[in-house]
Design a protein around this ligand. Structure first.
Ligand code: HEM
Length: 483
């Protein structure tokens, strides 16, 4: 009995010391000095992006872990690859902020609980296999050619190509995801784009006005009415396609849709063929495809802009990319093939370097499911953590003193050894499924554009706005001249 009591008290003693030590240890985590003053951020997404950049730099300066207060909640910021890997591998639950996008993205993928995510991700993996991605390249070429025609109407002047790129890249995302040309949908692309934009703004408005986080307050607000209208437009968009496809599948037509750009199998086709209808309803399927469209088009629009800005700001880089594209594909207008893409090694370094400096999704959020031992601290279970992917990508300990410079050559030099040092697509579980898709699309489009145009820009004028993505604003104007 005495031995048992001794053991019990011993265990309690160890546990108490551990809890004490962890909370003491936690207090040592440096607090970001510039206040995250939510009232100042009211609808001010530019300020939010400035604060985020500052928080990442501060966190890197203090060794890769810092913290700040969001109202009464302590939020930890992690910007070193070792700790980011630990959190993203061990903690699979998303932070409370993801609840805000649930009305839009639902609970099947980006904002889902882990078991649902695991089941759906396995299904989704089937649609991102290399042979399927290869079959998309012909369509990427067609879109790039059409984009080039529209771009050539805007030459010899500084232009913001965001809207034009959004139209083309939404079209591309819908084609590979739903298997249809969006032009054929009843809803216009512009009203879809506006509605998505509105939904993201509503989400951020709630984030910066925390009383709107309470559903019973939000329910009576003007924003909720606006959200309902926007949601109807966005959801009808894919719902209609699913309805049509179901009928066509029922008629035993293996390849429905208007396939005029190569015989590609869309994500929706693959989901419909492989899902278990008892587990994944039509609504769930709609949510999954909506998630993929959302993740695919905005990120690529902004990445395309950053790539053009980088190439346009460094004439020597531009010359190397142009020479390589010509040497691989010749002077003619022929399509880029999937066999060409691995040969464009310098272009790949340029694309990866732009994605390193300006990752479209610069942060992800998780909740610690268990007490989590980092290099120097212990985060107790239940902590809100931001993994600052943008800051990890510029961490000087791993990337060197020139980490903030655009230098594609670094991809041929000695690279950081830690696998999470390049974090743009998020390390650990729940990482981006669209990495290869993105790089193939961005390389194809850039090759086509650079063959047609000489690009000028100025990366020192880049300024940002933070929505769901890191969006380039005023100053990123790009000038094209016909070659
Ligand atoms: C360069 C462009 C892109 C970047 C930087 C990027 C980055 C990311 C990041 C950081 C995440 C993790 C989000 C989180 O944990 O909350 C993510 C998730 C995701 N991305 Fe991407 N992405 C890009 C392009 C794409 C494309 C083109 C697609 C689709 C074709 C895509 C599909 C997805 C999906 C479906 C998820 C959710 C994955 C899951 O929860 O299993 N992404 N992306």
């Amino acid at each position: 009995m005495i031995i048992y009591l001794g053991l019990l008290f011993g265990c309690l003693g160890v546990y108490w010391t551990y809890v004490k030590l962890s909370s003491y240890n936690n207090k040592l985590i440096p607090k970001i000095p510039k206040k995250f003053n939510i009232n100042n951020f009211r609808v001010c997404f530019k300020e939010l992006s400035k604060w985020l950049i500052y928080a990442g730099e501060y966190s890197n300066d203090v060794g890769g872990v810092s913290k700040f207060n969001y109202g009464p909640i302590v939020v930890y910021v992690v910007s070193n690859p070792e700790d980011a890997s630990t959190v993203l591998t061990r903690c699979t639950s998303k932070s409370f902020v993801y609840d805000l996008i649930k009305p839009y993205v639902g609970s099947q993928l980006i904002a889902s609980d882990y078991p649902v995510w695991k089941r759906n991700r396995r299904l989704l993996d089937l649609a991102f296999k290399q042979n399927i991605l290869n079959s998309y390249v012909a369509m990427f070429n067609k879109r790039a050619d059409a984009l080039g025609v529209d771009m050539s109407k805007e030459i010899n002047k500084e232009v913001d190509f965001t809207h034009l790129l959004s139209r083309y890249l939404l079209g591309t995302a819908c084609y590979t995801t739903l298997g249809v040309n969006v032009n054929d949908q009843n809803v216009s692309i512009d009203s879809y784009l506006k509605s998505v934009d509105k939904l993201i703004k509503i989400m951020l408005n709630r984030f910066v006005q925390p009383w709107l986080l309470l559903d019973f307050v939000f329910k009576f607000s003007e924003l909720k009415k606006e959200q309902d209208v926007a949601l109807e437009i966005v959801q009808n968009f894919s719902e209609e396609v699913i309805r049509k496809k179901k009928t066509q599948f029922a008629q035993n037509n293996d390849h429905p849709g208007d396939i005029d750009e190569g015989n590609v199998e869309s994500l929706l086709d693959i989901l419909m063929k492989n899902r278990n209808e008892d587990e994944i309803s039509d609504r769930n399927m709609r949510e999954i495809v909506d998630n993929v469209i959302l993740a695919a088009y905005d990120s690529n629009v902004y990445m395309m802009i950053y790539i053009l800005v980088c190439i346009g700001s460094y004439p020597d880089v531009q010359k190397k990319v142009y020479d390589e594209v010509i040497s691989v594909t010749g002077q003619t207008d022929r399509d880029i093939t999937h066999e060409d893409l691995p040969k464009l090694v310098y272009l790949e370094a340029v694309v990866k370097e732009a994605i390193r400096l300006y990752p479209a999704g610069p942060i992800v959020g998780r909740v610690t499911t268990f007490d989590t031992q980092l290099k120097d601290y212990i985060l107790p279970a239940g902590c809100q953590v931001i993994i600052h992917l943008g800051a990890i990508n510029r961490n000087k300990e791993h990337w060197g003193q020139d980490a903030d410079d655009f230098r594609p050559e670094r991809w041929f030099d000695s690279m950081p050894t830690h696998p999470a040092a390049y974090s743009s697509f998020s390390p650990g579980r729940r990482s981006c499924i669209g990495k290869s898709y993105s790089i193939m699309l961005l390389k194809t489009m850039t090759s086509k554009i650079i063959k047609k145009f000489y690009i000028s820009s100025d990366d020192t004028k880049l300024d940002f706005e933070f929505g769901l993505f890191l969006k380039p604003i005023a100053g990123h104007h790009i000038k094209l001249e016909l070659r």
